[in-house]
Design a protein around this ligand. Structure first.
Ligand code: IPD
Ligand code: CA
Ligand code: CA
Length: 265
């Protein structure tokens, strides 16, 4: 019962936050930069995170919160119930396109993902999963993922990783891009993960993400039988930044063995 109650509240708050974001399309955004000129944040990212924090603290004062914009708690462990919140994942798209962004909320208990909610605001599509209870798109159950191979797959990855960069030996990526049926890049980790969950893409790779980027997506993808690890094939700890590799079963093993082995991540 506990998780259904939490899920009910979380969904209500996510929809309310979606309405606030839609209203903001009519207003002028206040845009700032963070770690570099392309790392953007707006007043809406901050307002939405604060909105969730106020709601959560009001109903669940003993839960902890890890939010991208820093209004939550400083966490050193995942003890207890922790909400991992990205108020807007894909802020650059939010600013430039008013689409291809999402609200992402993962709810974890002692480090285990219990609830994942990803709301594609522009399309009014809410993806959710409660561990062991299935994954849904706007309330409709999503089917389990089937095995596939590289040559029949579409792989989501950023073009940056296929040119010389300081995070991965790009020569490892070239054969993967060549052998796959196609590649895509959407600029929002949360939606790229639900695209794996819905089979719109078959795998998603990224070199550097934070726990709030993938916490919700991991619950949804795993609920459907997909595999979520870092690029070494190890479990994620959901406390620190890491590489990310989410894929259909079978394909995950094939890419790890045939393409990623030997790389330094
Ligand atoms: C970003 C998006 C993007 C990914 C970045 C993330 P933000 O999140 O998920 O797709 O490549 O690494 O930081 O900053 O828009 O919440
Ligand atoms: Ca993000
Ligand atoms: Ca964000």
């Amino acid at each position: 019962m506990k998780w259904e109650d939490i899920d009910y509240h979380a969904k209500e708050w996510v929809k309310e936050a979606g309405d606030k974001i839609r209203l903001s399309f009519e207003k002028t955004l206040n845009i700032e930069t963070k770690s570099n000129p392309n790392d953007l944040v707006t007043n809406i990212d901050k307002e939405i995170e604060q909105f969730f924090i106020d709601k959560i603290r009001g109903v669940y004062p003993d839960h902890k919160i890890m939010g991208e914009e820093g209004f939550g708690d400083e966490l050193k462990s995942h003890e207890g119930i922790v909400w991992l919140i990205d108020p807007i994942d894909g802020t650059m798209n939010f600013i430039h396109q008013q689409r291809n962004f999402a609200i992402s909320i993962g709810i974890y208990e002692n480090g285990i993902g219990r609830i994942g909610l990803i709301y594609d605001v522009a399309h009014n599509e809410l993806y959710n999963a409660i561990r062991g209870k299935g994954a849904y798109l706007n309330g409709k159950p999503l089917p389990l993922l089937k095995e596939t191979t590289v040559k029949e797959s579409i792989i989501a990855l950023n073009a940056t990783w296929v040119m010389e960069n300081h995070r991965i030996d790009h020569t490892l990526m070239i054969p993967l891009v060549r052998d796959a049926r196609g590649t895509r890049s959407y600029g929002t980790a949360a939606l790229e993960m639900v695209f794996v969950a819905t089979g719109r893409v078959d795998a998603y790779l990224s070199m550097r993400l934070s726990p709030w980027d993938f916490a919700a997506g991991a619950v949804i993808v795993e609920e459907l039988g997909g595999i979520v690890t870092n690029l070494k094939g190890e479990k994620l700890d959901f406390l620190s930044m890491d590489t990310l590799f989410a894929a259909k079963p079978g394909l995950h093993q094939q890419i790890l063995n045939d393409y990623l082995k030997g790389g330094k991540y």
